[in-house]
Design a protein around this ligand. Structure first.
Ligand SMILES: [Zn+2]
Length: 158
């Protein structure tokens, strides 16, 4: 942290404490060159994720919306709410780690499908049918065929 008095690049931290109801950290610093003291505030960067829909409309990413969609897709399946919540958290974390703050609904859909496929194939197909907006029955059937093939191949594994 650059000293506000002499411009020196190095300072030592004398004291750190939470500020603004824990949304920031206040640090008391001492310049290693001139010895003068100054205070800095560190704030957690909280830039929301923006979801870009096919229509070009933008929305703030809402994990509850995603969770609701998953609960619907997993109706009557043996997946606990806890499992779904951790799936959503995993997805959210991955999205937060992306360098872009704008993410297409398609990309989110793909992420969800990749994970759901491993958890529950039936829920996956349900979710996929909504997200991929299958244009015709043929595409939908192909998807199910692929899925069955994968399941069969999986069974052959020792
Ligand atoms: Zn200084």
């Amino acid at each position: 942290m650059r000293c506000i008095y002499c411009g020196h690049d190095d300072s030592k931290v004398l004291d750190s404490r939470p500020a603004d109801d824990n949304f920031a950290i206040r640090r008391r610093r001492e310049c290693l060159s001139c010895g003068r003291r100054f205070t800095t505030y560190e704030r957690v960067e909280n830039v929301p994720l923006v979801v870009v829909k096919k229509s070009g409309k933008r929305d703030i990413f809402d994990r509850n919306k995603l969770l609701t969609g998953l609960i619907k897709a997993c109706e009557k399946r043996e997946i606990s709410l806890e499992q779904l919540e951790s799936l959503v958290s995993e997805i959210e974390r991955e999205l937060m780690n992306e360098p872009e703050r704008e993410i297409s609904t398609e990309k989110i859909g793909e992420l969800v499908m990749n994970k759901l496929q491993k958890v529950d194939p039936v829920a996956y197909v349900r979710f996929a049918s909504v997200y991929r907006e299958f244009k015709d029955v043929e595409t939908f059937m192909k998807e199910i065929e692929n899925l069955l093939k994968k399941t069969r191949e999986g069974r052959q594994d020792p």
